[in-house]
Design a protein around this ligand. Sequence first.
Ligand SMILES: Cc1cc2nc3c(=O)[nH]c(=O)nc-3n(C[C@H](O)[C@H](O)[C@H](O)COP(=O)(O)OP(=O)(O)OC[C@H]3O[C@@H](n4cnc5c(N)ncnc54)[C@H](O)[C@@H]3O)c2cc1C
Length: 472
Amino acid sequence: MNVSAEPHSHSEFPTDFRGAVLRPGDDQYDAARALYQGRAADEGPALIAQCADEEDVAAVLSYASARAIPVAVRSGGHGSDGYAMPGGALVIDLSAMRTVTVDPETRVVRAQPGVKLGEMDAAAQQHGLAVPAGTVTSTGVAGLTLGGGIGFLMRRYGATVDNLLACDMITVDGRKVRADETENPELFWALRGGGGNFGVVTSLEYRAHPVGPEVVAGQLIFPFDQAADVLGKLSAHLATAPRELGLLVAIADAPPLPMLPEEVHGKPALILVVVYTGEPATAHEVVEPLAALGQPLANLVAKTTWLQANSMLDAVAPYGMRMNLRGGYLPTLSADAVDVLLDNVAAVPSNPGLVYSINISFMGGAISEDVDEDAMAFSREGAAWLWEAICKWDAPEYDAQYDEWATTLTEAMRPHALTNCYTNLTDDLGEEWRRGVHGSEAKHQRLRSIKATWDPHNLLRFNKNIAPETTD
Ligand SMILES: Cc1cc2nc3c(=O)[nH]c(=O)nc-3n(C[C@H](O)[C@H](O)[C@H](O)COP(=O)(O)OP(=O)(O)OC[C@H]3O[C@@H](n4cnc5c(N)ncnc54)[C@H](O)[C@@H]3O)c2cc1C
């Protein structure tokens, strides 16, 4: 990670700022700069401006613009690159802006950027609704949405961006604008997948859908030696899967559950994480054939609530560890791609405190079929599956070996993967890679042109950066 800024004293920071202003040495500074990515803690920012409201956001951006000081943005703090708290930087921290409202009549949900997925889910479920989003409750709605947003509802209702109705945004020079299909439509196109490149989003408005409260969900745990066979059968088996089936395949160490034989505890296993949001009485028609793809060690799929189902992965998402994340789209789950993933499980360097998982998410349905590729910046063309590899460890001396493992795996997956990808579920892989992630040169150039309109001096550069189009 190399996300440091030129240090600055900020002696002229606006005195009418209403939220907390935290500098190194202040009581709350260390707590405020903690991110999901533990490596970000190696070097602290120069100033964290914890905004109380939109006026605070505008005040910091006006201050920064006038002095050409680059600005980082923190919402939920889950970005794997640690761009939310770069060393030496000025940070706009939105985590205190966390109001969420649900209109049960119109099914519109409004969230401020400090809202976390679990909070939005809980508020929407009070009315039997849910916004399609991610699978870990501590993830921020803002960063997730601006990148795209995928999860257990994507096959039924699409990506989070497919359900985004509008955003309020503060421009880099401190003006408030709205972006939707009719007001600033080009900006709205870019905000749906182009990340935090264009301004600071202070409110997100979503279309919610009826979900649960009762769903059928849980894990089917297979021994690792059945992994290739089960994965080999999966694509054909799922060809007619209903959109109500959400499925994430995890290759990870088996948890020490009493129903699993002790000899597999802590050893690699194949785990099908199933969430079926259709009629619970019909779930067996979907779940039983999945279990019959092999001889599972445990079938933990049962009736539960949507809130429990959509938080079951929290247990494997510990906060603050050092980590890396790689991933991309697959057009098919070919035997060769599966071999690469399984071979690399065996090659993960084993150190105390290691937590790893290779996940393969089943796409198709609404996310793949219902929205035109060029309708927004977020790209999904040709993607049938999404692979991702997450490694977490707890000591800096292991950084190099896990980064090397991740790079080797990424290179080995490259021939099997698409050029476009979901930018939120991988670390930034550099300029050449960023050029392809939105799916076409035309989309890339359109993003560069929109960036030039809204952030011509690239003040917002701590992100998967889109360089502003230049006129010379
Ligand atoms: C454990 C874990 C589980 C995850 N699960 C999923 C999942 O199921 N589905 C999925 O789609 N993704 C998932 N992700 C990825 C997630 O979508 C991204 O990490 C996302 O960036 C998190 O947003 P955040 O607000 O929490 O992060 P932050 O680190 O606060 O923000 C990330 C970046 O987004 C930009 N940004 C954030 N807020 C704003 C804003 N208000 N205005 C402008 N720019 C902004 C900034 O560039 C910032 O650096 C997961 C990540 C983790 C760590």
